[in-house]
Design a protein around this ligand. Structure first.
Ligand code: VAH
Length: 314
């Protein structure tokens, strides 16, 4: 493991709040600085170095990178797909303005950068089954626009300035420690809580809507495996397709029934989030990640469901 001093933006979010702890375990408590717009640090990140940071404040970001001698920036701060359709201009400011700040500070201080893209970077004209690593990207959400723009901007900073930029296209991420906020795939998290509380869930995504998903432990491992990968092997660098499973709501309900036999699933489709989900792939081809940095997820739908229900029950 390389010795690193890491700054994370968006560290109180669904991924950030678990990634901060995972990176602390990998690199040591004194080598990880968690930052987030909100200051609810005590809620999610006890015993961690934490600084409030608005990722659109380049001056403050630069100060923190210098003060903490940061050499790696993990940029998670983003407004997700569904919220992004309610606040498109703010989504551009946060997602792209924040990324430009991260890239410019990284260029000035010679930091490596990891910024996740998403399956949201694809749109209706993208091949939906086993979506290729390199293909048509015409997303229909502002969140997706910022993800495509982010991918090509990170490629530019690597080619033009030699910056070490890396990223993956995450599918829906499922976890139990911090609830997701404002996403289209959030149903696949809420369903577990409803199954335990009421043995029933009403899905805002329609039956038959397949989307790629991944359990949080695999999502965390992907970050460290990629930033630690041999750069000589990397071709796609900033936008690796990664996935662990692809399922529709009724298939997830089947997996839950193996743990909670009388669980019932019903539907009350949200047309806005359904339209977003319909524009995304049904399944990704992630062979490039497997070939270039040995990506290999460990959780399938049944192993994830057992772990989710065991941990939420606690
Ligand atoms: C969202 N959870 O739903 C995020 C993610 C692929 C989905 O980008 O917006």
């Amino acid at each position: 493991m390389t010795k690193r001093r890491v700054l994370i933006t968006g560290a109180l979010g669904q991924i950030g709040s678990e990634l901060a702890l995972y990176l602390r375990d990998c690199y040591g408590e004194d080598n990880v600085l968690a930052t987030d717009l909100s200051d609810k640090k005590e809620r999610a990140l006890p015993e961690m170095h934490f600084e409030p940071l608005d990722v659109t404040d380049r001056k403050r970001l630069h100060e923190l990178v210098k003060e903490y001698r940061i050499d790696t920036i993990i940029n998670l701060a983003a407004i997700l797909s569904a919220t992004g359709e309610k606040l498109p201009n703010l989504t551009w400011e946060v997602n792209m303005g924040g990324l430009v700040n991260v890239l410019e500070v990284a260029r000035a201080e010679n930091c490596s950068v990891f910024t996740p893209s998403s399956i949201a970077a694809f749109g209706d004209s993208t091949p939906k089954v086993l979506t290729p690593q390199v293909t048509i990207q015409r997303p229909s959400t502002m969140y997706g626009v910022t993800k495509v723009a982010g991918e090509v901007l990170c490629d530019y900073y690597h080619k033009r300035f030699g910056l070490d930029t890396r990223g993956v296209r995450y599918p829906g991420i499922i976890s139990y420690k911090t609830l997701p906020g404002g996403g289209t795939t959030d149903y696949a998290v809420h369903i577990y809580y409803a199954a335990l509380q009421k043995k029933a869930y009403t899905s805002f995504i329609a039956e038959g809507t397949k989307m790629d998903m991944m359990y949080m432990p695999d999502a965390l491992k992907a970050v460290v495996d990629l930033i630690e990968a041999d750069p000589a092997r990397l071709v796609n660098r900033n936008a690796f397709n990664v996935t662990a499973m692809s399922f529709a709501p009724e298939e997830l309900a089947e997996a839950i029934r193996k743990q909670i036999p009388d669980f019932e699933l019903s539907y009350d489709v949200d047309p806005i989030r359904q339209a977003i989900a319909d524009s995304w792939p049904d399944s990704l081809d992630d062979h490039c990640a497997r070939e270039e940095w040995d990506w290999s997820p460990e959780y399938d739908i049944d192993r994830m469901t057992e772990d989710m229900i065991r941990n939420i029950s606690i």
